[in-house]
Design a protein around this ligand. Sequence first.
Ligand code: SF4
Length: 406
Amino acid sequence: MKISEIKKETEKTAKNSERKKEIAKTTKNSGTKKEIKKTTKDSGIKKSDKNKQTDREITENADKNRSDRKREKHATIPIFVPHLACPNQCVFCNQEKISGTKTPPENISKFLENAANGLRGRFSSVDIAFFGGSFTGIEPERMISYLSQAKNFSASRPEITGIRLSTRPDYINREILELLKEYGVTAIELGCQSFDDDILKKTKRGHTSKDTENASRLIKKYGFELVLQLMPGLPGDTEESIRKTMTKTLDLAPDRVRIYPCVVISGTPLEKMYLNGEFKPLSTEEAVEIAAQYIPLFESKNIKVIKTGLHSSDLSQNEGVVAGPYHPAFGELVRQKIYLNKAEAELRKMNVEGKKTGIILVSTGNISKMTGNKKSNLKTLFEKTGVCFSVKEDASLRQDEIKIIL
Ligand code: SF4
């Protein structure tokens, strides 16, 4: 069946089920056959959608006003689709271990409802996110069924503000993007990993860097939010190839990036390569250094870095990681390193000779980032300059700004 025919069938089924729900509601509330007929005839579905639209507008305006005063609280309902539609096995990936779940059933409406009810009242915006596989490569019937359930659910709940999904760069084309637009998808994440073709080949990604470039440009052209996932430290990666990947990413100007330094997960081909001595992962220090070097560049171009390193919640069990730069507080280590780099850069412009003590001022809430884990940053600065620093908050500083007083 063609995508357009599948769409028609899915929409018809969804409309019927909405109509049945509406009738059931009316029966419960009034119990009269006359009213049941009237609801059906007057198309109660449309009327109720109109009301929902108004509710949504009110919520959006309220959110806008609130965001001036405090950061909007956001949550995600994740639906993992491990290995669905993956044409090959990328050497580093073991989706079942990463997501800790099996393929979800085709009917996800109940799951969405339970998840959203659990979040109700605590978050002003919630995204539905299909993660883990190659979403746009799933067989059309299943993909459209997921999309249609997500769209219908989102229309019935004003707090759902987006539908996100992750996929492969070579599974993006105009037809797919038009379909995703139609079903209300707001953001697309591409597993980019590297812009070096030799590395993509070695890791058996099955696509080229050109595929990622073309897909990224098309996604932006269609008005979706673009998120690129990067994986420094893959087999064959060097300082030079990592620079190439980061520079290309900056050129493509995605809205957001995720940086996952490559770790060795059990059950993957990479584990064999590691055990055979064919692959040496980055150390945690090296991976922290790389992330700390490039994150400020992304942020200076308004590219938000939404995640750095695998989180414990990404793994079903810690023993899933065999080797490599996995640390439960990886993101925090990176932020601390960024602060250390900032302080060192400032101190290079200052004359520290003969100084014994100094104060580093940081913006509100950032003392621990400057101090470092077990005062590691202050110890490093002392070893390098002979100055003993203390850290204080200064509310007049911009976020992540520092000032050194000697
Ligand atoms: S990295 Fe992505 S494309 Fe590769 S096997 Fe894993 S889910 Fe599939």
